[in-house]
Design a protein around this ligand. Structure first.
Ligand SMILES: Cc1cc2nc3c(=O)[nH]c(=O)nc-3n(C[C@H](O)[C@H](O)[C@H](O)COP(=O)(O)O)c2cc1C
Ligand code: SF4
Length: 430
């Protein structure tokens, strides 16, 4: 399947940052105009028909989520756009904010009309300085040109959009950690239920959606939910941005139709494996997704196909490792990230990530014991289903899958105190 450019057409096009250019060349803000002639329920139904599923990681159906907002809470409704983008291997949202910010703003307008929100927050990763600057400039321009503010596009609809900059904590991408941080508190995830759609920011109903999810909304409204659904596969409509990194010749963001074969993405679009080497493993959906062997990765890019292969499409971060990768080292890199980012509220996550890292470090230092491998499996088993948020599972899944699929490398390291892989090269950081 050829690459698609539904939301990536203007990556690297500086002109697209201007709202007039966006209007003249991309039918910009026509989706918002059309939405104002529809009822909120009609928009929600259209998004349900589109099979748009959240692109932040969990893949929850977007229209269904919007439908959860209570109509009679007596409280304001908020939209919180998740631009934290801290999952290792994921770097697509920054492209949207940097190159096509008005698409995101238009998506925000339509979403807020659909959920009856008059305030939207964009929670952006603190390290994203340039994306923040471009987005803020576009928001300022949108106010000046009457696209935001007291009368959005001349309609009787008020909408204010604020950017909130994070301070570099991965956990603030988890939706309730994000809301706590937005409220000025430590970004500690909340127990759920209640879910944010019912009780979110400042105790009021809040829809949390990923940047890419919202960026798809204008085309869905302009071209119709069914059109979008037909672009994808059965339960997973449209296109999505895949971030390909690691041992490939052309690491980049590629927009594909859902259902595109993973091998096509890696070998055709991303130019195949560096130095003509053999592919060894693929992490298909950000570092929390279970690793696949090269054979298992021979499947389609869709939520269902990757679930069937034993992993997930997650945040679309495809990390490719070639034959010279030491899987023990690669796992240590991932685990040190989660040990650093655990917020420490839950014992299994706080202690589990720490002990996993200690054990991996011992293995890599040549002091490992044969029993370390089963200890790590036991630790990661105890980290699942026992914590407030999914970071604990996100840390456990790589450990389980790396050991399950590449056990001989771990046993070898414990027995011989060195890697069984010739070059001992770990996967490059994304
Ligand atoms: C530890 C952790 C980190 C997360 N980080 C992000 C993130 O950086 N960006 C994001 O959009 N979603 C992230 N999520 C998922 C959010 O909690 C939430 O599901 C998502 O923003 C909902 O938007 P969507 O339905 O459009 O995908 C994270 C989840 C967890 C458990
Ligand atoms: S699972 Fe980990 S990151 Fe999530 S709330 Fe518990 S300690 Fe914090």
């Amino acid at each position: 399947m050829p690459l698609h450019t539904l939301i990536s057409k203007d990556f690297y096009n500086e002109k697209a940052r201007d709202s007039d250019w966006y209007k003249e060349n991309r039918d910009g803000y026509q989706g918002a105009l059309k939405a104002f002639d529809m009822s909120p329920q009609e928009i929600i139904d259209e998004v349900k028909t589109s099979n748009l599923r959240g692109l932040g990681g969990a893949g929850f159906p977007t229209g269904v989520k919007w439908g959860f907002v209570p109509k009679d809470s007596g409280k304001p409704v908020y939209l919180a756009v998740n631009a934290d983008e801290s999952e290792p291997g994921t770097f697509k949202d920054k492209y949207i904010m940097t190159w096509d910010p008005h698409r995101l703003i238009e998506g925000i307008i339509i979403t807020c009309w659909a959920i009856d929100a008059h305030v939207a927050y964009i929670y952006i990763r603190g390290e994203y300085v340039r994306p923040y600057e471009h987005l803020q400039r576009a928001i300022d321009q949108a106010y000046r040109r009457g696209l935001l503010g007291d009368r959005v596009m001349g309609r009787d609809f008020k909408l204010d959009v604020y950017i909130h900059r994070g301070a570099g904590a991965y956990i603030c991408g988890e939706e309730t950690g994000l809301l706590e941080s937005l409220e000025g508190k430590k970004g500690w995830p909340r127990l759920k239920p209640p879910f944010p759609a019912v009780k979110g920011a400042f105790g009021a109903p809040t829809i949390v959606n990923n940047v890419e999810t919202i960026a798809h909304v204008p085309e869905i409204i302009k071209q119709g939910g069914q059109w979008f659904a037909d672009l994808g596969c059965e339960k997973n409509g449209g296109t999505r941005l895949m971030c390909v990194s690691g041992h490939v010749n052309k690491p980049d963001v590629y927009e594909i139709r859902l259902g595109t074969p993973m091998y096509e993405l890696i070998y055709e679009h991303a130019g195949g494996i560096l130095d003509g080497k053999k592919m060894k493993a693929v992490i298909p959906g950000g570092s929390s997704a279970k690793v696949l062997t090269a054979e298992e990765a021979d499947c389609d890019c869709s939520i269902e196909a990757l679930q069937a292969a034993g992993s997930m499409l997650g945040s679309g971060g495809v990390m490719v490792m070639h034959e010279d990768t030491c899987m023990v080292k690669a796992l240590q890199v991932i685990t040190s990230f989660y040990a650093h980012e655990s917020c420490g509220q839950c014992t299994p996550c706080r202690e589990g990530t720490g002990w996993l890292l200690t054990t991996l470090n011992r293995l890599l230092s040549g002091e490992g014991r044969p029993s370390d491998i089963d200890t790590m499996l036991s630790l990661s088993g105890n980290m699942q289903g026992t914590s407030i948020c999914a970071l604990s599972e996100a840390a456990a899944w790589p450990v389980e899958s790396f050991i399950l699929k590449f056990r001989e490398e771990f046993d070898y390291m414990a027995a011989h105190g060195r890697s069984m892989v010739a070059d001992e090269e770990s996967a490059p950081a994304a």
